[in-house]
Design a protein around this ligand. Structure first.
Ligand code: HSE
Length: 432
């Protein structure tokens, strides 16, 4: 059978990893795909010393790859929005299939890109865009196709998980761990994307679309980062039997779909609570299958290349079949315009840490604010002032309540004379 010709654009961490996996595993890959997969061209502004490109045409202009009539599949690994979009659109226009690891591109421009690809009869594959080496896109689009998905939740940013784990286990500083994540090639070019949850929001947007068959709605995703998590919160959460993870959560209810990324308390008995370091994990609950859990490396050259190359193999297997026989880009042939809920309408449980003056009646006034609003307390801890300090801390865990009501309760608690400073609120999920 005729070989499939691949052009790789971008030879950084992921591009270099893809080049090396395709080269080193060429024999097995050809046996799996049923044909040879050849790297015909590389488009990269600079060489990667980890890759031996001496037998490959290298072009400094990535657009040469999208224009090359010999190329069947353009692999976009340059990242970012604008140039990447231009490259992908040109490749599609020229009738090439596309494989990308670019979550930002898919989450923001995916609907437009998929429409262009469908009009041209080509496919855009994006397994590497979510959770690095974990084949979660394949699992959701194909393996779980029998199910109505009720909810999914995931640790989908390796850098953030690495930072939280190192801070908790080794008491290391936030900045120091972030620097190490950058050196290891985990972090985004702009690391605020990792710590402020934007990267996870891109990935969650994609997961929710293929779980429920809804358009990509990145702009509706609620995002809160991990930079305000303190060691106290980590310790108090543990005392209550919980771990804090930076979670992307999406749930389908009668009111709509929620789409949110925020630090989250998870009962430590849940398997996902024990997923540490740069590992990612996604739990999906389907109405037929129940709970499923997928764990693996979420970032780095090898794991991400594993997902990129799997997409290339998938395309190579069905490159000669009619486009209508391929799995739809968003897993559903009909996309439903279901509303993503505003955060005010989302229901979750809460952890509250309230800095208070140490005097009589403080706990009673907080409890009455909560009970007046129908907020049920699940657990409570009071911490005496630390040596040399005057403030006590009240830590509460509540049952589920709608966010709007909790906002109102927090406002009332902060207005109490006995409350000193802001209330820390961390959402909690029991994953049931
Ligand atoms: N910066 C991302 C992470 C890379 O840390 O998970 C993989 O998307």
């Amino acid at each position: 059978m005729k070989p499939v010709n691949v052009g790789i654009c971008g030879l950084g961490t992921v591009g270099g990893g893809t080049f090396n996996v395709l080269t080193e595993n060429a024999q097995d890959i050809a046996r799996r795909a049923g044909r040879e997969i050849v790297i015909t061209q590389v488009g990269a502004r600079r060489d990667n010393p980890a890759c031996d490109t001496s037998n490959t045409t290298v072009s400094r202009d990535i657009f040469d790859v999208a224009r090359n009539p010999d190329i069947d599949i353009v692999v976009e690994l340059i990242g970012g929005y604008d140039v990447a979009k231009e490259l992908v659109m040109l490749a599609i226009e020229n009738g090439k299939h596309v494989v990308t690891a670019n979550k930002a591109l898919i989450a923001v421009h995916g609907d437009e890109i998929f429409a262009a690809a469908e009009a041209r009869g080509v496919s855009v594959m994006y397994e590497a865009a979510v959770a690095g080496g974990i084949p979660i896109i394949k699992a959701l689009r194909e393996g779980l196709a029998a199910n109505q998905v009720n909810w999914l939740a995931g640790i989908i940013n390796g850098t953030g998980n690495f930072i939280l784990t190192e801070m908790r286990d080794k008491g290391r500083d936030f900045d120091d761990v972030l620097k190490e994540a950058q050196e290891l090639g985990y972090a985004e070019a702009d690391p605020t994307f990792d710590v402020e949850g934007i990267d996870a929001a891109h990935k969650l947007t994609i997961l929710a679309s293929i779980a429920y068959g809804i358009p990509l709605q990145f702009e509706r995703c609620f995002t809160e980062g991990i930079s305000k998590i303190t060691r106290d919160d980590v310790e108090f959460a543990e005392e209550l039997g919980y771990r804090i993870k930076h979670l992307g959560v999406s749930r389908k209810s009668a009111n709509g779909i929620d789409l949110r990324v925020h630090p989250t308390l998870i009962p430590e008995s849940r398997p996902i609570a024990k997923v540490d370091g740069v590992l990612n994990a996604v739990t999906v609950n389907g109405n037929a299958v129940g709970d499923t859990l997928y764990v693996g490396a979420g970032a780095g050259a090898g794991p991400t290349a594993s997902a990129v190359v799997a997409d290339i193999v998938d395309l190579a297997r069905c490159i000669d079949v009619d486009a209508s026989a391929r799995v739809n880009h968003l897993a559903f042939n009909q996309v439903d315009d279901v509303e993503v809920l505003s955060m005010d309408d989302v229901e979750t449980a809460y952890y509250l840490r309230i800095p208070v003056q140490d005097k009589t009646g403080v706990l009673a006034s907080i409890a009455s604010i909560l009970s007046e609003r129908g907020i049920n307390i699940e657990a409570i801890i009071q911490k005496e002032p630390k040596e040399g300090e005057t403030l006590a801390q009240i830590i509460l865990l509540t049952h589920k309540i709608v966010e709007r009501t909790m906002n109102d309760a927090i406002k009332a608690i902060e207005a109490l004379e006995s409350t000193v400073g802001e209330v820390t609120r961390i959402r909690a999920e029991h994953m049931d």
